[in-house]
Design a protein around this ligand. Structure first.
Ligand code: G3P
Ligand code: MG
Length: 242
């Protein structure tokens, strides 16, 4: 049986502060196939990697990313209370590309354009991905499907996926109609009737989040999903290699 690809959610975030260079390095060292990360735009239009629109939860600072310049954001500590990683800074997207360049890893770039649309983010991420020569190793995803359609318009060669959560009708048909490459469902969406069969019929990859328990990892393998997005890539590798 083929095992799913293993993509480290916010880097190897079960072992290091989420969405930081150490978490991405650890994912590569552990043998993950890829990393998932979240992008936002600073006040001076630099793409940075952070899950929340605000820095309060993951740093020793407070406020919105969009109200800070990159230089100001770099003053904060993003070790998120983990003493072993004290002094870790917020990474730019460019720094992550450079870090992972020597590896064969895939990057799933999630555009955080849900609450705030960050005008220009789609153009900026396409430009940067092209400039760094990463277009064939990236898949773009977002809960904001307008963002994904825009990425596709800007870069027809880009691989893209729709993120979604609860109980939407006929997602495989919707994905096919909008010509995206993949669906990124929350794990529990796998239980809807004929889900995998319909995705297979439309040739839609299924990349599932956030799959952390042994039971869920094994279910994903049994169902034949393309990738699991997990906080624990080391654990997933061990389970899939048994
Ligand atoms: O991309 C998968 C997953 O990261 C989506 O949810 O909130 O963890 O970004 P969230
Ligand atoms: Mg995410």
């Amino acid at each position: 049986m083929n095992s799913p690809l293993i993509w480290a959610h916010r880097g190897a975030s079960g072992y290091a502060p989420e969405n930081t260079l150490p978490a991405f390095k650890l994912a590569a060292d552990m043998g993950a196939d890829g990393v998932e990360l979240d992008v936002q735009l600073t006040k001076d239009n630099v793409i940075v990697v952070c899950h929340d629109e605000r820095i309060d939860r993951t740093s020793n600072g407070a406020g919105f990313i969009r109200d800070y310049t990159l230089k100001e954001l770099k003053e904060f500590d993003f070790s998120n209370g983990n003493g072993a990683f004290e002094g870790t800074k917020i990474p730019t997207m460019e720094e992550v590309f450079d870090l992972l360049e020597p590896t064969g890893l895939t990057i799933n770039i999630e555009l955080k354009t849900g609450e705030y649309f960050y005008p220009g983010l789609e153009e900026a991420i396409v430009d940067l991905t092209r400039k760094k020569g990463w277009m064939d190793r990236v898949i773009f995803s977002s809960f904001n499907h307008y963002s994904i359609i825009k990425i596709k318009e800007l870069a027809p060669e880009a691989k893209v996926g729709f993120l979604y959560a609860d109980g939407t009708l006929n997602m495989p048909g919707y994905a096919a109609e909008n010509q995206v490459d993949a669906l990124h469902p929350a794990f529990y969406n796998l239980q809807y009737p004929d889900y995998m069969a319909d995705c297979n019929m439309f040739d839609i990859d299924v990349n599932v989040w956030t799959v952390n328990s042994e039971k869920d990892l094994l279910t994903c393998r049994d169902m034949g999903v393309n990738a699991v997005i997990t906080n624990y890539p080391k654990k997933a590798i061990e389970i899939y290699s048994r």
